[in-house]
Design a protein. Sequence first.
Lengths: 409, 96
Amino acid sequence: MIFDRLANFFRGSLRIRVEGGSVEKFLNICTYHGMEIRNVHKLENGAVLQFSWMDWKEVRRIAKDNDYQCTIITKRGLPVTAGRMKKRYFFIAGLLCCGLFFAASAQFIWAIEVNGNETISAEEILEDLESVGFKEGVYKNKFDLALLKEEVLLRNDKLAWIWVDIVGNKAVVNVKEKSPIPEMVPDDVPCDIIAQKMGIIQKKVVKNGRSMIEVGDTVFPGDLLVAGTIDSETEGVPTRLVHASGEVYARTWYEKTGEFTLTKEYKVYTGREQKYCRLKLYGYEIPLSRKESNPYAHFDVVTEKKDLKVGEDHYLGISLIIETVREYEFVEVPMSLEDALEKAQNALRAEIEKELSLTYEEVKSDFTYEMAGEDTIVAKLKGEFIEQIGITQPFESGVIENNGDGEDL
Amino acid sequence: MRNAKKNNSGKLSFGEKAAEALELPKEMFGMPKAVIYGRREISIENFDSILEFGEMKIRLKTKTYHLTIMGSRLNIKNISPDMIRISGEIANIEFT
């Protein structure tokens, strides 16, 4: 049924009233001439019927030859609409211009979206892209995306991987940042291992170099743990320089104190807000409302962007940006002692963890507190850990570097 | 009309005989085929012409007989050289 209607729309249809004789005869003549007639309803002295736009001339001829009177009731379909449009030159021209404009605008990039960045800002990546010529408003087939990716990777050494997809008029840039490389002395550079914090040695594993400590020794920051210089007992044989390696574990202690209130601060929105709209047209922004600078003492800015799209992905380069400035205020709410202690302990533990080395084991911890007024506590967290305290330190400049096989000092 | 008379007397027409012998669809030999969709619509293939058209009664001529459809609010939904679709409240179908 839907296909019939669709076909009728494209072919165009006429609904007429036929009067003046036998309807049966009229229908028989029409079908004899190969016509298809639809929705025939009998009237007192005739009938109402519908047929294709193309058959109108033939129907009119049949009616004239057989003394029938035909009156057009309605005309429908594409040929009828097209016929009406024929003389509306400006409308057709406007329609064509509009179509051409959208077809032309579809050839450009109107938005760039950056995904996957954590420490590098999207602006930095966009700047790198712009430095190679890739920005909003560029012709999208101008770039070889593989080359573009390589050029951006060369410019930004913090990026490990970049991928640019062009979806409609939008470029979606997916990036993967490089993991930070720990500061290490290269294996072929002679070095010592020194203590980075105070502690009592619990365990040592020396793989290369000369051990300078014993289990149970107390060491202080900067003390030499494993030396990279190996003196020969044989007279005349020079001292060897090696890249000291090994792990030294020591018992360490930390103590952190902090003052905490028995209240919690909440951010509550007052309900007052101001909205500012901007229209973004192919890379250019047009303000639609005047923006006041800092209308409230405390406020958040929420930016919402509504893109004009055809379908799911085809961005047309036109966006409405709504910036909502929402006022808030801080409200202090009383907190139970248990909650305050848990908060204090977590905060102090986080402070200690910042100072611990990567490899550690907690031996014991002691958390104490005392009231310092009606709504304030002073909390103290003491912790005992076994952790790796050795770090490599290259020799001072002027020392001859070698590959560990031994060389004169 | 002659064929119709034969049918009334129980004799099969040549087309019907041939279709049965060859196990082919009878409409291929010009036999009328009527399909009824509930009481609201009937579609007839291989009809010749419309003899009478009214809201209560539609009479059709086929090669072998006359078909009379009676009911109320009858109208022709679609008519083409080889098929007619009639809709409305169909009460009775008669072969003469």
